[in-house]
Design a protein around this ligand. Structure first.
Ligand code: ATP
Length: 332
């Protein structure tokens, strides 16, 4: 029987979570065809894809080459300019094809926003929906856990299966995928970490050969970005956080951040948190670190950026910020 799954996404890059999903559809759910639809611009995301459309398309071809003819790759969305609306894609698909059964496949994260999509009510008349699990799997217990705009369209809901008033269905299925996301893959690539478990080898080769995603080496750190990155961590957890741009002044460093902790213990744990986060995101460790044992005034020296974390009581003794009064206070 002609049972077709349309599976859209940014695929930036395509990863093992996506391919596990495709495999499950073909091997365990009797789909006769899966159509992968890489998106052009996502109307719901302010950030647009990191990789050019042609690269994303090529990576998808490489990732699914083992599935032979059971997969189609539809490049219409990325060929068209402007935002990619699923409603238009579905309409276009149904003008050309008439499958006996049609399903739109999406992860739970995407389903939760379905009632914000353009013409979602019409979409739910045109196709069935299959919501695949992203770990951890949890299907909604009742109608009230479904997106608010969708609730009035439901006729019955039981054990992960909704029958809609339009006679279409929404089904929640568990598939075995690791908790992989494209964002994680890009983050790891940035600092040269191993991604073998997350993406197909041919895709990895392509990414490296074509330098699809930026990688940073310690000498290439953007210190303005790093300053904001550290400030974001401190802003949420410490008190009186301030950052200064001192470039152009006669100092040994170009940027500095100062923040207060409520105890020496908190100063120590903030320093550890920053070190771990910077290592994870930028792959670098401070050249020097002072005061962590005591926790009264911890200094992390990243070369062009110096981070000061004070036990607040001690900060008041030093009036450090007077040293930087000629610099530019950054908006953080
Ligand atoms: P991001 O890092 O931006 O969240 P992503 O990994 O979700 O990216 P997309 O291309 O946006 O990748 O996802 C396309 C579709 O695949 C979405 O419906 C998404 O929910 C689903 N999906 C992504 N990763 C997994 C996974 N590990 N398991 C199951 N479904 C997934």
């Amino acid at each position: 029987m002609n049972k077709v799954a349309l599976f859209g996404g940014t695929f930036d890059p395509v990863h093992r979570g996506h391919t596990a999903c495709v495999q499950h559809l073909l091997e365990k759910m009797d789909f006769s065809e899966v159509v992968l639809i890489p998106a052009g611009k996502n109307p719901l995301k302010s950030e647009q894809p990191a990789a050019p459309a042609e690269d994303r398309l090529k990576m998808i071809h490489l990732a699914v080459s083992d599935f032979d003819g059971l997969i189609q790759i539809d490049d219409e969305e990325i060929k068209r300019d402007g935002p990619s609306y699923t409603y238009e894609t579905l309409k276009r698909y149904l003008e050309k094809h008439d499958p006996a059964e049609l399903y739109l496949v999406m992860g739970m994260d995407v389903f939760e926003e379905l009632d914000q999509w353009k013409n979602y009510e019409k979409i739910l008349e045109m196709t069935n929906i299959l919501v695949v699990s992203r770990p951890p799997f949890r299907r909604p217990f009742g109608i009230e856990e479904l997106p608010v705009g969708i609730q009035p369209l439901i006729h019955t809901y039981e054990k992960g299966f909704a029958l809609l008033k339009s006679d279409r269905t929404i089904e929640f299925v568990r598939i075995d995928t690791d908790d992989v996301s494209s964002t994680q893959v890009r983050k790891k690539l940035k600092t040269g970490k191993n991604i073998d478990a997350m993406i197909n080898m041919e895709v990895e080769k392509y990414i490296i050969e074509h330098e699809v995603y930026p990688r940073i080496s310690p000498g290439q750190v953007d210190f303005v970005e790093l300053t904001h990155f550290v400030a974001d961590i401190l802003k949420e957890r410490a008190m009186n956080c301030a950052a200064y741009d001192l470039s152009g002044l006669d100092k040994l460093y170009d940027y500095t951040i100062v923040a207060s902790a409520t105890s020496t213990k908190q100063a120590q744990s903030l320093a550890s948190r920053i070190k771990d986060a910077v290592k994870e995101e930028y792959g670098i460790a401070p050249f020097a670190e002072e005061g962590r044992e005591e926790g009264k005034w911890v200094i992390l020296d990243y070369g062009a950026l110096i981070v000061h974390i004070f036990y607040d009581f001690v900060r008041q003794e030093y009036h450090l910020e007077q040293l930087w009064s000629d610099g530019k206070r950054l908006k953080i």
